[in-house]
Design a protein around this ligand. Sequence first.
Ligand SMILES: Nc1ncnc2c1ncn2[C@@H]1O[C@H](COP(=O)(O)OP(=O)(O)OP(=O)(O)O)[C@@H](O)[C@H]1O
Ligand SMILES: [Mg+2]
Length: 272
Amino acid sequence: MIRIIATGKGGAGKTTVIATMSRLLSREGYRVLVIDTDPSMNLAMSLGIPFTTTRTLAEDKTGIREQLLGDDPEDGHGHNHEHNHPVSIDQLLRLYEVYAQDNVRVLVMGTIPYGGAGCICSSISLVKTLIEQIASRIERYDFIIIDSQAGSEILGRGLAVDYDYNLVVTEAFPKSMEVARHVMKLAGDLRIKKQVVVVNKVKDGNETDLVLKSLCLNAEICYPVRYDERVAEADRNGQLILDTAPDSWMVGDIKEIMNMIQVSCRPEGGAG
Ligand SMILES: Nc1ncnc2c1ncn2[C@@H]1O[C@H](COP(=O)(O)OP(=O)(O)OP(=O)(O)O)[C@@H](O)[C@H]1O
Ligand SMILES: [Mg+2]
């Protein structure tokens, strides 16, 4: 199972890239779970799931934590303390997983319920535990892809230790690149195996060169995704460009990144 996290500055395009890539991977036959850890909860909407129908992990935080921590690693079954019957991690996931377009499965971490409710640390920690248990105990997915809140908080909380990819989404301007630089440093601290820099909304070739130079990157880890105004137009209508203009060069650029990831993951299986 390949674990990927998308990081970067607000508005750089994390959610758009993840939503598009996860659907493309799913179309290839991979079992893909995406987890929205951004309290803004945009990812499910980008995947066609109405905001109101999503049951979030944060809503049932205490119960889920009890079930996960009460789980017996030997038999894969835990104990539901409240109702006193066993709960497997598979059963737990079925309660919260929503099937989106192209069969992508989505989990939503959840948001801050009211002003003054405090930070989202405990919800992030819950997602971390959940993914660790999925990774060590069940064969349910080929890819887990995390969409994160803007900035470095998610890495500061140690969510992505030993992940396979940090997909750093950046635009070619200084503030965006500065965030990219910082998340790459933190991802290194967390021993994330590969970092891929997605230079998004590219309008000319110089922008990729600028990012390469500013961040001192090797060209082979840097992938341009071209600007296409139809992306934002689709977004405004609650759609993805994959449905409104599937022949877009932006979709083609995301396919390139997906192909690279598929090739690099091939020995471990998946559908490819
Ligand atoms: N390649 C592209 N060409 C044109 N517009 C794009 C492209 N990629 C993303 N956008 C647009 O940029 C805006 C921000 O994208 P998105 O919401 O994916 O960013 P984000 O990094 O997830 O932001 P946030 O940190 O706020 O969650 C959206 O309006 C989206 O449609
Ligand atoms: Mg987003």
